[in-house]
Design a protein around this ligand. Structure first.
Ligand code: BTN
Length: 148
């Protein structure tokens, strides 16, 4: 009996997610949040690191909104695929930085949901203004359909 082909088939079966449930909560792709902001996450590498772009729908500045880079990392996905992750958006049109932390869930209808909390640090002119430099909030993201 040929053992090699059986071993290859076994390795593939273990490595490739077999059901759509197992393919859920892979962060790569495009997402929209409750404010209407969009983000696109590129491929996640073997160390769980990823990059992408963020297009916010809102700003605390008077500047023209521009797509901004994001850098993040996700935990190794646990057995139930509920990845915890974090990413930083370095706004290209303002002096602020926002960090997001969150977790992916699959809801009762099979829809992927990223529950996140964010902390925005804004540039202020002096130490005396430090008290007003940070804001926090919650955003919920759902996946945007893939464009063909
Ligand atoms: C700025 O106004 O200085 C930069 C844009 C900040 C947008 C914030 S980040 C948290 C919240 N979630 C979003 O999608 N947009 C806002």
């Amino acid at each position: 009996m040929q053992v090699a082909p059986i071993l290859v088939a076994l390795a593939l079966a273990l490595a490739v997610p077999s059901s759509s449930a197992e393919r859920k909560c892979i962060l790569t792709g495009s997402w929209i949040n409750d404010l209407g902001s969009n983000m696109t996450i590129n491929a996640v590498n073997g160390r769980g690191e990823f990059s992408g772009t963020y297009h916010t729908a809102v700003t605390a500045t008077n500047n023209e909104i521009k797509r901004s880079p994001l850098q993040g990392s996700q935990h190794r996905r646990n057995q139930r695929n509920r990845a915890t992750f974090g990413f930083t958006v370095n706004w290209s049109f303002s002096d602020s930085i926002t960090v997001f932390t969150g977790q992916c869930f699959v809801d009762k209808d099979g829809k992927e949901v990223l529950k996140t909390m964010w902390l925005l640090r804004q540039d202020v002119d002096s130490l005396a203004d430090d008290w007003k430099a940070t804001r926090v909030g919650i955003n919920v993201f759902t996946r945007l359909p893939r464009r063909e």
